[in-house]
Design a protein around this ligand. Structure first.
Ligand code: CA
Ligand code: CA
Length: 154
């Protein structure tokens, strides 16, 4: 708060505050970011429902609704992904790799269920780590596309 009052003080002298402009711009960018995030979530849901059956997604999410209950093997089976071709599984990977880095990082893995439906719960840290450990065969701390396909088809 001390920083903010100092800025106001300086603005009083100059009659113009680049800092205030900067802050306003920051707020606008924050809004845009939020908009983009919402769009991404909707796009992800649409993309996933073009690969999988919405009823299967709901059933699978319901089955693991309780914190700590997530089991990726059963989940991929229930959601219908396990039975899909490598090509379809790769499409699902692209949806889950929200920042298109080519990897599903731990941060993205935590929100992996939201890639299936926007009301999917977050995984707990423990679930995220267990999931990552299972998938990350080369030990770089991220899930690559081939690791993902292998995990789903395991
Ligand atoms: Ca990523
Ligand atoms: Ca890896």
């Amino acid at each position: 708060m001390a920083g903010r009052s100092k800025q106001k003080h300086e603005a009083g002298y100059s009659g113009y505050s680049p800092q205030a402009e900067e802050m306003k711009r920051g707020a606008r960018e924050e809004e845009r970011k939020t908009d983009r995030l919402n769009c991404t979530e909707k796009a992800a849901e649409m993309a996933m429902s073009s690969i999988l059956n919405a009823a299967d997604i709901k059933k699978a999410l319901d089955a693991f609704a309780a914190e700590g209950s997530f089991d990726h093997k059963k989940f991929f089976e229930m959601v219908g992904l396990k039975a899909k071709s490598a090509e379809d599984v790769k499409k699902a990977f692209l949806v889950l790799d929200a920042d298109a880095s080519g990897f599903i990082e731990e941060e993205e893995l935590k929100f992996v269920l939201k890639g299936f439906a926007s009301d999917g719960r977050d995984l707990t840290d423990k679930e995220t780590k267990a999931f990552l450990n299972e998938a990350d065969k080369d030990g770089d701390g991220m899930i690559g596309i081939d690791e993902f396909v292998a995990l789903v088809h395991e």
